[in-house]
Design a protein around this ligand. Sequence first.
Ligand SMILES: [Zn+2]
Length: 95
Amino acid sequence: MLINCPYCGLRDLTEFVVAGEAVARPDAHGDLDGADARAAFADAVYLRENPAGVHREHWFHAAGCQSWLLVERDTRTHEIIRVDAISAGMARETL
Ligand SMILES: [Zn+2]
């Protein structure tokens, strides 16, 4: 299987590391004083959707350009639908 890295072009799957579901992370410096805030933080850190279908994941091009990527993949077929570079200015909602 080949993945089209935005920086390197088509590269073999073995060059990449999957880092899990792409979700917006809670603010590391946010308020965790309340039980609801702690529960929301735990959900964001530990719970994952694991859908059957299109799924967005963080991938790392470990044996290539060392870039973090946002990969949209169908978990039923493993088809890679889209690959985007993750930039520092990217909105938290898109991650
Ligand atoms: Zn790359």
